[in-house]
Design a protein around this ligand. Structure first.
Ligand code: SF4
Length: 334
């Protein structure tokens, strides 16, 4: 069995531009930026296995955000697709084989959530419906999971899109920003992706490979790593892609920093400008900063921190799990 086979959830690993790894399931000649050709490849996989996660391994990440947008607009679930490659080997100092192994594991860890993305059209008035019938692009949204007996946590203070009212979720308004999961944990479950499951997966990986920390970066800003990854050197950081930085819990990231992990959230300084979730990312960035989490668009800061040295005593995974569970039960965020 190849490493890219994990139980029933196989991951298709497309290696682009002559990149070679024993973990590639197919080598292809098209570039990630050739969106139509890449979507044809995605369709050829999903025609046989509609929920199969796909990993593109590429010399450059340019074109990934366009690919995500077009997949959504064409009615394909973009959360089943990830990309990695040379920029992330530079960021982490890992071999191509190891970074692919990391992403295969991450896709499998978070697959149940990714599969649940809902396809929907933006809200339009009845008068607009006919005019825009063929023009309104589809979007995919990962909705928060409400607890079986949700308590009322207020409305605007929790949800910037007024989608959570009186303990009920208005799915048509929800933008899937996940702020409510951190603002109202009594009512909303933590997502798998950026909750303890995803974070512990990455924590274990950086411990195994002796990395310095984690760079959290929005999937729609991933291609910035083409030019910025080298700036983080000599720090060795595991990349952690998120749907939006609003998916990040300040309390959970604080657990990581308390254990000596270097945590860097790529945001601020206009990084999120123009994004539909900008209001959520701005609010999230402010909460992260208030909780002493480094939020910056300048990856050179990671390199400077590496020069001064990191001290991370080895901890048992159990200890980290306990702290994360405690953090999720903690009091409301500042
Ligand atoms: S806070 Fe975000 S995820 Fe939660 S209900 Fe509002 S829009 Fe949806």
């Amino acid at each position: 069995m190849k490493d890219s086979d994990v139980g029933d959830n196989t991951v298709e690993v497309f290696c682009i531009g002559g990149l070679v790894s024993e973990k590639c399931t197919k080598s292809i000649e098209v570039q990630l930026s050739e969106t139509s050709a890449v979507i044809d490849l995605v369709d050829s996989v999903w025609a046989k296995e509609p929920f199969k996660p796909i990993l593109f391994v590429t010399p450059a990440l340019s074109g990934f955000s366009r690919l995500l947008e077009e997949l959504s607009e064409l009615g394909r679930n973009p959360f089943l697709v990830e990309a990695t490659g040379i920029p992330e080997t530079m960021l982490s100092g890992l071999s191509l084989d190891s970074i692919i192994e990391y992403w295969i594991g991450m896709l499998v860890t978070t697959l149940a959530e990714r599969k649940n993305a809902r396809r929907r059209s933006p809200r339009v008035s009845r008068r607009e419906v006919l005019r825009r019938l063929f023009l309104v692009p589809h979007r995919y949204v990962l909705l928060p999971r409400l607890r079986s007996t949700p308590v009322v946590c207020g409305s605007e203070a929790v949800c910037p899109f007024s989608a959570l009212e009186a303990g009920r979720l208005d799915e048509s308004r929800c933008q899937g920003c996940m702020l409510c999961a951190w603002e109202c944990p009594e009512s909303v479950e933590a997502p798998l992706w950026t909750g303890p499951s995803g974070l512990l997966y990455t924590y274990r990986f950086i411990d195994d490979y002796g990395l310095d920390g984690i760079l959290f970066i929005c999937r729609s800003r991933l291609e910035q790593l083409d030019k910025l990854a080298v700036e983080a050197s000599p720090a060795r950081l595991a990349p952690f892609h998120v749907p939006c930085v609003s998916w990040l819990s300040p309390r959970l990231l604080k657990v990581l920093t308390d254990f000596g992990v270097y945590v860097h959230v790529y945001a601020g300084s206009g990084v999120c400008r123009g994004c539909g979730l900008e209001v959520a990312s701005t609010s999230a960035a402010s909460m992260l900063v208030k909780n002493s989490i480094r939020v910056s668009g300048n990856l050179a800061e990671a390199g400077i921190a590496a020069f001064t040295g990191y001290a991370r005593p080895r901890r048992s995974l159990k200890e980290v799990v306990v702290k994360m569970v405690e953090a999720l039960r903690g009091t409301k965020l500042v």
